[in-house]
Ligand binder design. Structure first.
Ligand code: GLU
Length: 439
């Protein structure tokens, strides 16, 4: 099929993440006609803000941290996306992630555009006081750039509910009015939503469950390896374990364990909470004993011969270097961007099916949307209500993308981009196209 769209979408940034995202879009553009005007609009972020955040450290010294907030596109609604605190954060990375959020919100049909924020810092080196000062200082610096009808931050890598609470508090102090809808992922007592903490894992679980019958697979005959044992990975491993899947390997940033007979995930979580380490154990009460297992590295986990591989840690885990050694039959991307586009092509040639991040991990932003709705209406939902609505959204969009992938004979990733582009294209077209203005 010839490409009816001319030009590329993403603007000229040298960063590998954004050019990777661009490669995926190029593929999707072969299947949809979104028009030159829309492409022109999506070429660059709507606004990028760089700030310096002075923080008085515990020893009395002053440190200035670099922070960013990028609003990529708001044609479908206020912009939405998390804030990461990580030493590797750059403006380029934040812009790429904001671009991704634009597509993720469109895939789930949420009335939001995409944004992202970040501070270049290793939060593990800060005391609680310093972390609070940094979080409040970040909001002081970006307060005029965000708002419940403008741009709504949320947690991302190394930020959590407590940090979101400080941020909401600070914004409310600046505005002189309690404004819970300015940030999502807050503590429940500050207007957070039930189910937000587990939403990314729960959303991924609903998506996997929707796909299993289509892939002709039964949970009891399906082995799973999960890379990353944080909020998303650990909760998802347990949901899968309870649904009867055989979770044979898990890891955290220090490495992992493999047990052919399957791991008892609640026990692994129990020991991780108590010792901060991953161990292959079976616990009865507080007494845990080791089961037969092998200690493995993160790299080895990715290359295990399992049915389902779930990268739930950071980006760029499966690259052109290791893609050829991946043996899993299916990969569900719970992290943002764990597979590079070069690796995509290798996996495809090996017949490995990839279910993309902008669908699979969208449960987090979906429940963020529910949180924002609850904040604005003042009516709070039960956990059952949150999960029922999340299930409905994840199932509906997973089904849709599955059908599109079949119809177009393309990958699930391309099908997800096709959906998002179609919705973004409609929103941009409604404001007028060159055809409307031609006399
Ligand atoms: N940081 C999460 C993501 O990448 C959640 C964003 C949000 O809830 O706004 O999807």
């Amino acid at each position: 099929m010839s490409n009816p769209n001319s030009g590329t979408i993403a603007h000229q940034v040298s960063g590998s993440l954004l050019s990777d995202a661009n490669t995926r879009l190029e593929k999707a553009l072969r299947y949809v006609t979104i028009g030159e005007d829309a492409i022109e609009r999506l070429r660059a972020p709507k606004a990028s803000l760089t700030v310096s955040i002075p923080v008085r450290m515990d020893d009395g010294s002053l440190r200035v941290f670099q922070g960013y907030r990028v609003r990529y596109d708001d044609s479908r609604g206020p912009t939405k996306g998390g804030i990461r605190f990580h030493p590797g954060v750059t403006l380029d990375e934040v812009e790429s992630l904001a671009f991704w959020m634009t597509f993720k919100c469109a895939v789930l049909n949420l009335p939001f555009g995409g944004a992202k924020g970040g501070v270049t810092v290793n939060p593990k080196e800060l005391s609680k006081f310093e972390l609070e000062s940094l979080s409040r200082g970040y909001i002081d610096a970006i307060a005029d750039f965000i708002g419940p009808d403008v741009d709504i931050p949320a947690p991302d890598v190394y930020t959590n509910a407590m940090i979101m609470g400080w941020m909401m508090d600070q914004y409310s102090t600046i505005r002189r009015q309690i404004t819970p809808g300015v940030v999502t992922g807050k503590p429940i007592t500050m207007g957070g939503s039930l189910g937000r903490e587990t939403a990314t894992a729960m959303g991924a679980f609903f998506s996997i469950q929707t796909l299993m019958p289509k892939l002709d697979r039964k949970p009891s005959e399906t082995t799973v390896a999960v890379q990353g044992f944080g909020n998303a990975g650990a909760v998802l491993a347990e949901l899968l374990y309870r649904a009867g899947y055989k979770v044979v390997a898990v890891s955290d940033s220090q490495g992992g364990v493999y047990a052919a007979q399957g791991l008892d995930i609640p026990s692994v979580r129990q020991i991780k909470d108590a010792t901060r380490g991953i161990k292959a154990v079976y616990c009865r009460g507080s007494v845990c004993s080791q089961i037969d297992h092998e200690v493995i590295t993160n790299g080895q986990l990715l290359e295990l011969d399992v049915d389902i591989l779930i990268p739930a840690a950071l980006e760029n885990q499966i690259t052109a270097e290791n893609a050829d050694r991946i043996q899993a039959r299916y990969i569900f991307e719970v992290a943002n961007g764990p597979i590079t586009s070069a690796a995509d092509a290798i996996l495809e040639s090996k017949g490995i099916q990839v279910f993309p991040d902008i669908l699979v991990n969208a449960g987090g932003v979906t429940v963020s949307y529910f949180e924002w709705v609850q904040n604005r209406s003042g009516l709070y939902w039960s956990l059952e209500e949150v999960n029922r609505r999340l299930n409905e959204k994840m199932t509906e969009e997973t089904e849709r993308i599955w059908v599109t992938a079949k119809e177009l004979s393309c990958s699930m990733r391309t099908a997800a981009y096709v959906h998002a582009l179609d919705r973004l294209g409609q929103a941009l077209r409604t404001r007028g196209t060159r055809e409307d203005y031609r006399s």
